[in-house]
Design a protein around this ligand. Structure first.
Ligand SMILES: *[C@@H]1O[C@H](CO)[C@@H](O)[C@H](O)[C@H]1NC(C)=O
Ligand SMILES: *[C@@H]1O[C@H](CO)[C@@H](O)[C@H](O)[C@H]1NC(C)=O
Ligand SMILES: *[C@@H]1O[C@H](CO)[C@@H](O)[C@H](O)[C@H]1NC(C)=O
Length: 176
């Protein structure tokens, strides 16, 4: 055979292999867009409310849902690892769509962990198509995506820093 013919055969062979073997790249999932994230703890003075709070709102751009989450806890019963269900709009009443969040300690030792300003936020979306998760660290000192203060009275209030809003959090689909 002529070299040209061989080359053509080779090219068409590689082309067909490529179309068979190469999986179609999936477009990346659209992120979560965190609008607000606030934490609060009371002064602990006699007569003051015992409740500490975590509140957040985000949009799930992949599914076009807006999600509102909130949890309260006390120092005796902290929120670490508890799964808290969120509310979402538009409200779908199917048995799948559910958003929840967890506050996780940022390191294995838990040293320096704080439900106010040093934690991992873990978001989970149970959907008909599967389970989607996202995790992001929020931290006052190093990541500096959280700002705020504790006042002299002992009341602490922190939140997503204005400069980083809205905050993009990459989500992934869990493989089953
Ligand atoms: C979600 O919120 C964004 C901005 O707050 C708004 O533009 C959008 O219309 C809302 N989407 C739904 C589905 O409610
Ligand atoms: C924050 O979360 C708490 C506890 O779920 C809830 O009672 C409160 O209404 C929330 N606040 C806001 C501003 O969403
Ligand atoms: C966390 O979950 C445990 C076990 O279900 C429960 O006893 C505790 O009251 C929960 N704490 C909060 C702050 O939700």
């Amino acid at each position: 055979m002529f070299p040209q013919t061989l080359l053509l055969l080779f090219l068409s062979a590689t082309a067909s292999i490529a179309t068979v073997v190469k999986p179609k790249p999936k477009p990346p999932l659209k992120p979560y867009l965190l609008h607000t994230l606030t934490t609060f703890s009371p002064s602990g003075r006699p007569g003051s409310s015992p409740w500490s709070l975590v509140n957040l709102t985000f949009s799930d751009l992949e599914f076009n849902n807006n999600v509102t989450c909130g949890a309260k806890y006390t120092w005796e019963d902290p929120l670490w690892n508890n799964v808290t269900e969120c509310a979402h709009t538009p409200t779908t009443k199917d048995k799948y769509t559910k958003y929840s969040f967890q506050m996780l300690k940022p390191t294995a030792s838990g040293e320096g962990a704080s439900l106010l300003n040093n934690f991992m936020l873990h978001l989970r979306h149970d959907a008909e198509k599967g389970v989607y998760v996202a995790t992001q660290r929020f931290n006052f000192d190093s990541d500096r995506n959280i700002g705020g203060l504790c006042s002299a009275s002992g009341v602490c209030s922190f939140g997503l820093r204005e400069e980083v809003r809205p905050y993009y959090i990459h989500q992934t689909k869990l493989e089953r």
